[in-house]
Design a protein around this ligand. Structure first.
Ligand SMILES: Nc1nc2c(ncn2[C@@H]2O[C@H](COP(=O)(O)OP(=O)(O)OP(=O)(O)O)[C@@H](O)[C@H]2O)c(=O)[nH]1
Ligand SMILES: [Mg+2]
Length: 479
C-alpha cells in the first residue's frame, strides 16, 4: 500500500482541502459526521487516503494547520471527520510569553507565517513535524505528501514554505506535490512579495506543483454563470469546486491503482522530466456540467479557449493554433468513466495533442482508472490533464513584474532586479511594506530572503523559456 498524507495550510488551503475531503468522503461512502461507512455493501474506502481506526471509523490521512481559528472554529467537518490531534487552529507556544497562546494569523505576511511555524503546537504539545511523523508512522509504505495552500497570504505562503522545506529535509525520498493557488491581481497588497518568497520553496523543494490561477478561474466562473465579477466568497466557492474536481480526477489512479499507474510518485515522475520543470498547469473538462461528452470533445476542450486553468496565451496549443513559442514538455490525462476503446483514445490524442518541445519525445500519457460504482458519480466522462508547459515562463514573469512594481524607492530610480541585486540591507527602509518583514526576519536575512527568492523565480522563468528550444537538451547534458 502506498499512502498519501494531505496537509492543508492557511485559509485557502483549508477551504480547498475541506471541499476536497468532503467530496472524497462522498465518493468513498464515508460519513463526514463520524467517519463511519455510509453503505456497508460498498467496498472499503481507498486506503492510500484513509486509515481504519478501530472497529467502524475511517480517518483521513490529513493534517490541517492555520495560524488563526477563523476557518476551523465552528467548521463541522473539520471537527467531526479529522483526527482532532491533526487539526491545529493557531495554538502556538511562544517562549517569550512562557505559555500557550493563540496566534493571530500571519496578517498577509510571509515572514510572519515562516517564523511562527516552528512554534506551532497542538494541544498535546506536538510540533508540526511531530504531527507529520506520527501520521507517517501510521502508514505502511508512505508514497508522499500533497500540500494545499495559497502563496499570496501569510500562513499558507510562509508556514507553507517552512513546511515544504522541513518535509524535504526530513523525507528526501518521498514525493512532495503541492496544490498552490496564485492570487488575483486585486487581492492583498503584499501578495507579490509573498508569492515570490513561496514560489522559491516550490521551485526548490517540491517534486510537482499544480499551479492554480485564481484569476483565470474567476474568469471561467464568470463565464459559466454568465455574470461579471462576483463576491470573493462566491468566487472561492466556485474555484474550490473546480480544484476539487481536478484533484479527484488527478488522484483517482492513486486511489484506485492499476497496472497503468499505482502511486503518486509514478504520476509525478511521468510528468516531471527534469526537477527544474516542476510547475504544472492543470486543465479540466467538461466545465459545463450538463454536457454529454466523448473523448474527442474533452481533449479538444483542453486546448480550446476555455478548458485550461491557465491563460491560453501561456499554453502549448495544438499545432497551428499556438500563438507563441510555448511548447508542452509532457502531459498526462486521467480519463474517468471512459467507455471508449484504447484505439479511439489514441486517435483523439493524436488529433488534438499540444505542440511539444522539439527535444522531448512527444508523449501525452492517458490513464483510465477503473472506478468503483460509488466513485463514478453520475457516470459522465470527465478528464483532467496536467501539462508541463514552457508557457509557465509567462506565469513566473507576471509574478516578477508585479514584484518589480512594488520593489522600488519612493523617489524613483532603480527598481526590481537592478535594485534588489545591488542594495544594502539598511536601504530596506525605503522599500514599501517592508516593516513587518524586517521585524520578523531582521534586516540582513530579510534582504537575503527576498533577493534569493527573486532570483530563483527569475531563473525558473528562464528555464521554462529555454525548454521550448532544441538547445535545452544540450544545456541539460552540460549540467
Ligand atoms: N481558490 C481560493 N482562493 C482563496 C480561498 N481563500 C482565500 N483565497 C485566496 O488566498 C489568498 C489569501 O490567502 P489566505 O489563504 O486567505 O491567507 P492565509 O494563508 O490564511 O494567511 P494569513 O491569513 O495572511 O495568515 C488570496 O489570493 C485569496 O484570494 C479559497 O477558498 N479558494
Ligand atoms: Mg488566514
Amino acid at each position: 500500500m502506498r499512502e498519501v498524507i494531505t496537509i492543508c495550510v492557511g485559509q485557502c488551503g483549508l477551504q480547498v482541502g475541506l471541499d476536497f475531503w468532503t467530496a472524497l468522503a462522498k465518493e468513498s461512502s464515508v460519513s463526514v459526521d463520524n467517519g463511519t461507512k455510509l453503505d456497508n455493501s460498498a467496498p472499503e474506502p481507498p486506503m492510500p487516503f484513509f486509515r481504519f481506526d478501530g472497529e467502524r471509523t475511517y480517518v483521513p490521512r490529513a493534517i490541517l494547520f492555520d495560524l488563526e481559528p477563523g476557518v476551523l472554529s465552528g467548521n463541522k467537518v473539520a471537527s467531526s471527520f479529522f483526527n482532532p490531534e491533526n487539526v491545529v487552529d493557531g495554538h502556538f507556544f511562544d517562549e517569550t510569553l512562557e505559555g500557550e497562546t493563540k496566534a493571530a494569523g500571519a496578517g498577509n505576511n510571509w515572514a510572519q507565517g515562516y517564523t511562527k511555524a516552528p512554534h506551532v503546537r497542538n494541544k498535546r504539545e506536538e510540533s508540526v513535524m511531530d504531527i507529520v511523523q506520527r501520521e507517517k508512522d501510521l502508514a505502511e509504505d508512505l508514497d508522499g505528501f500533497i500540500v494545499m495552500h495559497s502563496v499570496a497570504g501569510g500562513t499558507g505562503s510562509g508556514m507553507g514554505s517552512w513546511l515544504i522545506e522541513q518535509l524535504r529535509a526530513s523525507y528526501p525520498k518521498h514525493t512532495i506535490q503541492t496544490v498552490s493557488v496564485l492570487p488575483n491581481e486585486s487581492d492583498v497588497v503584499t501578495q507579490p512579495y509573498n508569492t515570490t518568497l513561496a514560489l522559491r520553496r516550490l521551485i526548490e523543494h517540491a517534486d510537482a506543483t499544480l499551479v492554480i490561477d485564481n484569476q483565470r478561474i474567476q474568469q471561467l466562473a464568470a463565464r459559466r454563470h454568465d455574470e461579471g465579477p462576483r463576491d470573493p466568497k462566491e468566487v472561492h466557492k466556485i474555484a474550490n469546486e473546480i480544484i476539487t474536481r481536478v484533484m479527484l480526477g488527478w488522484t483517482s489512479p492513486v486511489r484506485f491503482p492499476s497496472t497503468q499507474c499505482a502511486s503518486l510518485t509514478e504520476l509525478v515522475s511521468t510528468l516531471v522530466v527534469s526537477p527544474r520543470l516542476n510547475l504544472l498547469a492543470p486543465a479540466y473538462a467538461p466545465l459545463n456540467a450538463g454536457r454529454k461528452d466523448n473523448v474527442v470533445t474533452l481533449m479538444k476542450e483542453f486546448w480550446g479557449p476555455h478548458g485550461h486553468l491557465m491563460p491560453n496565451s501561456q499554453l502549448a496549443l495544438p499545432g497551428g493554433e499556438s500563438s507563441s513559442s510555448d511548447r508542452a514538455v509532457s502531459a498526462v490525462t486521467v480519463l474517468q468513466n471512459c467507455r471508449q476503446t484504447y484505439d479511439e483514445i489514441r486517435m483523439a490524442v493524436r488529433a488534438s495533442g499540444p505542440s511539444f518541445a522539439p527535444w522531448t519525445v512527444p508523449m501525452w500519457s492517458v490513464i483510465t482508472p477503473t472506478l468503483p460504482a460509488m466513485a463514478k458519480r453520475d457516470g459522465k466522462m470527465t478528464a483532467v490533464t496536467l501539462t508541463c508547459s514552457t508557457g509557465m515562463a509567462g506565469v513566473l514573469d507576471s509574478v516578477r513584474k508585479a514584484f518589480d512594481q512594488m520593489w522600488r524607492r519612493p523617489k524613483g530610480g532603480a527598481r526590481g532586479e537592478e535594485l534588489i541585486t545591488t542594495m544594502d540591507a539598511e536601504e530596506l527602509k525605503d522599500i514599501p511594506f517592508m516593516g513587518t518583514y524586517k521585524e520578523a526576519l531582521g534586516d540582513a536575512e530579510c534582504l537575503e530572503q527576498f533577493r534569493d527568492a527573486y532570483l530563483a523565480v527569475q531563473a525558473a522563468a528562464e528555464e521554462y523559456r529555454q525548454a521550448a528550444f532544441n538547445s535545452y537538451m544540450e544545456d541539460l547534458g552540460a549540467m
